[in-house]
Design a protein. Structure first.
Length: 313
């Protein structure tokens, strides 16, 4: 398994290089002048030109990219044009809330999706199966902003049982749990449907295999056959789906954090782009890419746990 993780790390290096280059070029194509933003709206053209020279913006694009890559290697992501704080400190303050939101979303959505998919497979063709699949299709079809606004209106405004703006505190506090409940519920709902559908298809396929028939022939209870012999093998494609959906979940976190004013990486990225804070925007792009790579590494480790054959590869 260690060799597989090392190979994954080596393969991630070209991906990160591509993200750095693409993010740099994308920000350069965005409208706005960093020197003008830093100088202020009342600055004279001479002052703007001087700041542009100090920032190296008068150099060719390849030279700017090379200097940016050199600073990245040294761990320097620059300073925010708006707050004048180091980008690293801005990102460090926003990573924790985003991680909390992801954990709070996945910790209930993945088990619920797996449970719903397993029940639908066992009760194939029944009204339970059709109901679960209808809920799954609805979860896949509805956009995250619609789900978030409906839950905000229903739980936060109409019933007034949960707060829905900002972050109340760390996840392990009561106030933090109350504030993260609606965002985590909104983000998790877009994950339940795909997991339930994939689990149902995978369990139905595994139930037809010989080792499941053998387990039933030995007189094992149906519950034991499902949980011990069928579900474990059925989870392998589900883990694949979770890894592939990680990017979609990060994108959903951007929308969710913006709607609920949750101080995470997604809201920070939107604010940086809207305010033309290019160093901060580049930093958020890099962090989101690192998050996607980390999630896929965790998926690889789960592969080795679920399928011992993966440890030999």
């Amino acid at each position: 398994m260690i060799n597989a993780l090392v190979n994954r790390l080596l393969l991630s290096v070209p991906v990160l290089i591509g993200v750095v280059i693409f993010g740099f070029l994308l920000i350069k194509m965005a409208p706005g002048d960093p020197a003008q933003i830093m100088a202020g709206p009342t600055a004279t053209p001479e002052v703007v030109a001087q700041i542009r020279q100090q920032m190296g913006l008068d150099q060719p694009l390849l030279v700017q990219l090379g200097r940016y890559a050199e600073r990245l290697v040294q761990g320097d992501l620059g300073r925010s044009l708006i707050s004048n704080r180091p980008v690293v400190s801005e990102l460090a303050a926003a990573v924790g809330p985003t991680v909390e939101l992801m954990i709070a979303s996945l910790i209930w959505a993945v088990p619920l999706g797996i449970g719903m998919g397993t029940i639908a497979a066992v009760r194939r063709g029944s009204w339970v199966d059709r109901t679960i699949m209808a809920i799954s299709v609805a979860g896949v079809s509805l956009p995250i902003f619609f789900i978030a606004l409906v839950l905000m209106q229903f739980l936060g405004v109409t019933l007034q049982i949960l707060p829905f703006m900002g972050r109340g505190g760390p996840l392990w506090t009561v106030d933090g749990l109350r504030h993260i409940a609606i965002p985590a519920l909104s983000l998790g709902l877009i994950f339940v449907g795909p997991v339930a559908r994939m689990t149902r298809s995978s369990v139905l396929e595994v139930l037809r295999l010989d080792h499941v028939r053998t387990a039933r022939a030995k007189g094992l209870t149906e519950r034991r056959v499902i949980l011990r012999h069928a579900l474990r093998n059925a989870l392998i494609p589900v883990v694949t789906l979770i890894g592939l959906q990680a990017g979609y979940l990060l994108g959903g976190a951007v929308v969710t954090e913006t709607i609920f004013s949750y101080p995470g990486i997604g809201r920070l990225a939107v604010g940086a782009i809207l305010s033309s804070d290019f160093p901060l925007a580049q930093g958020t792009i890099l962090v989101l890419a690192l998050g996607f790579i980390l999630i896929n590494m965790i998926v690889d480790m789960l592969y080795a746990i679920l399928d011992p054959r993966a440890q030999k590869s």
